[in-house]
Design a protein around this ligand. Structure first.
Ligand code: ZN
Length: 216
């Protein structure tokens, strides 16, 4: 992604992707125009992670302290998270774009991130469910990066392609999983992209009427 980095205070309405990893993809907006990356620092990544509800607040506090004492490590952990995000974005949008094969390069990049995560993970079995688990103790500042890479693997295995869409809104390009009952969701968010599209249609209709009356 070549774009600009811009500070942004994350709000619940920024999490409309329907999955933690899809919401990570949407920390870049306006991918259809000039992409704007909202992750302007490691503290911002922590802010976003807190909002998702996926991470324990105590872990995020531990990471905040670690980042303060190792700013260079935090910067590189953020850079790797961004790399993971961009590789996943390329892969997911290729999969959604029916028939377009994902580039081997993007697949290789996702594989690289996943391997790094697995190298720090422990295999745990709770009841009859085995899972790969990473933590702050083993991954340190890379914990979010590693957990997101593991979650990405789970998502890719079960991605409902016929329900995964890219919002056609202007300066948006967000990805989302349509979990509506009818499966006819078109916009990332009716309140933003949906409304502005409705506004434009209304405006165009008005303009059309005006032109018509002018001709009479
Ligand atoms: Zn949108």
């Amino acid at each position: 992604m070549t774009g600009t980095i811009q500070p942004h205070t994350f709000r619940p309405r920024d999490l409309v992707g329907g999955h933690l990893v899809i919401d990570l993809l949407n920390t870049v907006t306006a991918r259809d125009a000039g992409p704007i990356d909202w992750l302007d620092g490691y503290p911002r990544l922590l802010e976003w992670a807190g909002l998702t509800g996926h991470f324990a607040p105590a872990d995020l506090t531990a990471l905040r302290r670690l980042a303060e004492s190792e700013p260079a490590g935090a910067e590189s952990a953020l850079a790797r998270t961004r790399e993971l995000r961009e590789a996943l974005h390329e892969l997911v949008t290729a999969l959604v774009d029916q028939g377009a094969p994902a580039s081997a390069e993007a697949v290789g990049r996702v594989e690289g991130h996943w391997k790094q995560a697995v190298a720090s993970a422990r295999l745990t079995v709770r009841g009859i469910v085995p899972r790969l688990q990473v933590g702050v103790e083993t991954s340190g500042l890379e914990y979010l990066h590693h957990e997101l890479a593991l979650q990405a693997f789970d998502l890719l295995r079960a991605l409902p392609l016929e329900r995964t869409r890219v919002c056609p809104g202007q300066r948006c390009g967000w990805v989302f999983i349509d979990s509506s009952r009818g499966g006819r969701r078109r916009w990332c968010d009716m309140a933003t992209c949906g409304n502005s599209a409705k506004g434009r249609t209304h405006y165009q209709r008005k303009r059309g009427e005006d032109t018509g009356s002018g001709r009479r």
